[in-house]
Write a protein of this length. Structure first.
Lengths: 135, 135
DNA sequence: CTAATTGCAAAAGCTTTGCAGCGCA
DNA sequence: TGCGCTGCAAAGCTTTTGCAATTAG
């Protein structure tokens, strides 16, 4: 309830109607991965008249604040996801469009190892598996 | 020299001037990762008057034919890379912008394993490590 | 009250498409 | 010759931005 307000303040953002509603949407939606357009439409369905430009601005601010992360799965449009503390990667089904989250400590370890072997420090990574149903 | 012509024919594509030039560009350029815009500009510099729309169409056809692959590193614009038979992933240095290619059979194996554990078949994947120089 | 935020519409990238003319097979 | 290909310009999409009005603190 008021939890969102605190999260926004901690992020250094004023508690405005659009920001609260968008944060609530991410916290309550069944679909964890939403594009700006998805977000905009869901707000409209919920009777919230929030401009699409505002949705984009708020999502960008949330990303900068570390509240959500942006994914560019295919290149078409970005999708956003609430940060819940648990890091994970994604598997996208080419047929159903379904997005599955997974985590592999071993892959994470190997990534770090490979970066270091090349004289670098691993800052971030992006792993997406494109799959189809097993016959 | 005539190698490109054969590659194009095998791909079921007519041997036209734009297609030959674009394929040569990818085979001879020092930079292995080119966006449509990069390709267009390099062609202009080489004195080839090929339309940007044609560049996009040819790159899309080459991708469909399996001659090149498309990467969406950041979401801004896609970059293309000649398929040389060796599969590899990429490491991008945040400071220098440098792109390093690497391959890990172990990560590949784990990916396949994970997809299968979830009841899927791995079709493709995208792995990018974002790194910075080790201090 | 004041600076931050919003909404609208216009603009900005990147990419695709319609169509008339040109070129390879 | 015929169908595919090219070029240009226009249109499409996602995302960003300018600006006046509104709102949070």
């Amino acid at each position: 309830m008021a939890g969102e307000n605190q999260e926004l303040r901690s992020a250094g953002l004023k508690v405005t109607h659009p920001r609260v509603k968008i944060l609530q949407l991410f916290e309550n939606s069944n679909e964890r991965h939403l594009s700006a357009e998805d977000t905009y439409k869901l707000l409209l369905e919920a009777g919230e008249e929030i401009g699409l430009a505002t949705v984009y601005r708020v999502l960008t601010q949330f990303e900068a604040a570390g509240l959500i992360i942006r994914h560019n799965f295919d290149g078409a449009s970005a999708v956003f996801e609430l940060v819940r503390g648990d890091h994970h990667d994604h598997m996208v089904c080419a047929e159903s469009g379904q997005v599955i989250e997974f985590h592999s400590a071993e892959i994470e370890r190997l990534q770090k190892e490979i970066a270091e072997q090349h004289g670098f420090e691993l800052v971030d990574h992006n792993l997406v598996l494109y799959v189809k149903p097993k016959k």
